[in-house]
Every structure is written in C-alpha cells, then in structure tokens.
Write a new protein. Structure first.
Length: 373
C-alpha cells in the first residue's frame, strides 16, 4: 500500500513538472509561430514596390509600407502583439498592441500631445498669423514628450509654426537602436563649441555678422555634420528653407512681448536651413516675467535648460554683443571676442521640418517621433 502511494505521489509530481514545463514553453511556441507568420507576411510585402505609403489591412491588424522599403504597424496574433516600429529592423513582441499611426508633422504632434505640454500661443507670447514662421503652439515643462529622432541624433520639438512647419533643436546623440533614453545633460547636447564670429570684430545680426551661420549652412550643403565632436550624415530633404527672426534684443528689463517684437524687427533677407533658437523660445517656457533674461529662475521646469554648458541663441545685443543661455539658467549678452570666458558657446543646431513631413512614434524618450521616408 505504501509503495502504491509512493507511485501515485511520484506520478503526481511528474505531472506537475510536465504541466509547468508546458506552461512555460507553449506560450513561447505560440509566440514563435506568430512571429514567423508575421515575418512571412512582411517579406511578401517587401517584394512589392510602392511610390507612396501604402496601407495593408489584415484580420490581425494594419501594416504600412513606405516607398523607401520600410514596414511598420501592429499585428495581433492570439494573446500576443507584434509591433514593427519605423524604421527598426527587428519587430518587438508585446502583451498588447499600442496604436501605431502616422500623419503630417504638425497634425501628428498635436494629436499625440497633451494640452498641458503643448499649449497655444497668445498675444502675450507673440502669436501673429501674418508671420509664417512664428509660433502658434509651443511645448512647456521639464521633460515633455517632444523628442524627435533625426539622422542619428535626438532633437526636441520646440513649436509648431503658423505655416505648419515644426521647429526643432538639437538635443544629443541617440542610442544605437534609435532611442533618446541616454541623452545626457553634458557636452553631447550641442554639435560643437563655436565662436559667434571668428574675426571677433563684426557687429550686427546673425545673418551678416556671424561665422556661425556659415558653419551651420555648410553642414546642409555637405549633407553632413562634421566637427571634432561628431561626424554624421544628414537627410536634408525634410529641412525647410526658413525665414529667421534675428533682431536685436535689448539688455533692459523689457517684457516678453517686447523682446519678441524686437526679435522680429529684423528678418533674414534670404531663407536659410539651419539656425539657432530665439531668446524667446527659452524664456516663454517658464519665465515670462520682465526680468526673465537676468534670472536663473528661467531654468525651473524648462526642458531647454542645460546645467553643464552655455549655448548661443540667434539674437544679438548691443554693439559686438551676442546672447547665450548660461549654465545658471539666465540669458546673458556679452562682447564677442573680448571676454575669453564667453568667446565659445555650444551651438544647438535648429531647423524647421517641412510641413509635409510624415511622422510616426509618440515623442517619448523610448519611442521618439520618427520621420517616415
């Protein structure tokens, strides 16, 4: 009787072990099966050629193919979801599918942003429908979901302009898998330390008196950022030739609106692709008081603030002066070339995405907005 009980107990234990193993391996087998069928489907799609983004609807979900030969979308299969983010080569298996979509840049960003992070411009912040490159909506906060992956680097979406172009600024190098999770608040946040004017003598606006403009535009012409710090190819097809507001900003405690009006008092005589942020792009996020330029309070709850380096803006001040944001968080204007401390600052390259640029992603550090080609 005892021996019989032992056999029964052993049989029960073996059964439990087998069931436990099946519980572990059956989901894995199902997962592998769904993954394989997804791969077979996408391989068939890639054999086709399309001249525009083409949508394919299946019982399991929607997949999209781009003219550049990329597939993205979400695929439900049993208890699993396979997500193919653009333009990652390897699909990701998740427990449930998130919404994967795309649209033109301004529209897509508006749909995917909260009203607390992307807010409407008003008269106080310079809203002017007659000026095509002026801001109509802008991001605020310490770390909003406004990341953009572009040509191997991470950028932040600053605002949506009246003409639906999208103003973005360099944030730092992306990870090897195209994420912005490791963008540090250090020297990787600018493309190079540059002087405003190598001659250190000229006065005037960014277009006429700055070698910095020529250096940035050379990156556009050569389709490559090439500095001591980095070498990176650029997709210039999505970059708008923009008008830039390059006016003189006084050092006195003027209001934010007065500063914006001063910035817009001079517009570049010719459109150009790459520039820098305006003073007001930084100030309007968290520091709209008249004394804003001179106080470190501007750094609070401000995603553009960098604590470890100073960086140029596109506006100039008094004769032979140019503006930059300090590591303390305030804006400072200093004489170019006559102060070694302020001669070199970080260049945070800025540009406008063309209005017809298509985006996907959700703007987070782990899934930044991506340009569809």
């Amino acid at each position: 009787m005892r021996r019989q009980m032992v056999y029964i107990l052993l049989a029960f234990l073996v059964t439990c072990v087998v069931i436990s193993a099946l519980m572990v391996h059956i989901p894995f087998i199902l997962e592998e099966d769904s993954y394989q069928k997804f791969k077979e489907t996408t391989e068939k799609l890639l054999a086709k050629k399309v001249d525009k983004i083409t949508k394919y609807s299946y019982e399991q979900g929607d997949l999209y193919q781009t003219p550049g030969g990329k597939i993205f979308g979400a695929w439900n299969y049993g208890d699993y979801c396979i997500e193919q983010e653009y333009p990652n080569k390897k699909p990701v298996i998740r427990e449930e599918c998130s919404r994967i979509a795309y649209d033109t840049a301004a529209s897509y960003i508006e749909k995917n942003s909260t009203k607390k992070e992307l807010i409407n411009d008003t008269e106080v912040t310079g809203k002017d429908a007659a000026k095509p490159f002026s801001s109509k909506k802008y991001f605020v906060g310490e770390n909003p979901d406004n990341y953009l992956y572009y040509s191997g680097s991470c950028y932040r979406v600053v605002n949506i302009a009246e003409n639906d172009t999208v103003k973005v600024v360099y944030e730092g190098l992306a990870t090897s898998d195209g994420k912005c999770t490791d963008v540090a608040d250090d020297n990787s946040g600018f493309i190079a330390l540059l002087s405003w004017d190598e001659d250190k003598q000229r006065s005037g606006n960014f277009e006429n008196a700055s070698n910095l403009k020529d250096r940035l535009n050379r990156f556009y012409e050569e389709e490559e950022i090439n500095t001591v710090a980095m070498k990176q190819s650029l997709d210039t097809s999505v970059v708008e030739m923009a008008d830039w507001y390059i006016g003189k900003v006084n050092e006195s405690n003027t209001t934010l609106l007065q500063d914006i009006q001063n910035e817009r008092s001079e517009v570049s005589t010719k459109p150009f692709p790459f520039g820098l942020l305006n003073n007001s792009d930084y100030l309007k996020i968290s520091c709209q008081a008249s004394s804003g330029k001179s106080t470190a309070d501007c750094s609070k709850n401000n995603y553009l603030y960098k604590s470890k380096y100073q960086w140029w803006t596109i506006n100039y001040g008094e004769e032979k002066d140019a503006w930059f944001v300090t590591p303390q968080g305030n804006l400072l204007s200093d004489t170019i070339g006559y102060s070694n401390e302020y001669r070199f600052s970080g260049a945070r390259m800025t540009f406008y995405l063309k209005a017809d640029t298509l985006l996907t992603g959700n703007g987070t550090e782990s899934s930044p907005y991506r340009i569809i080609k």
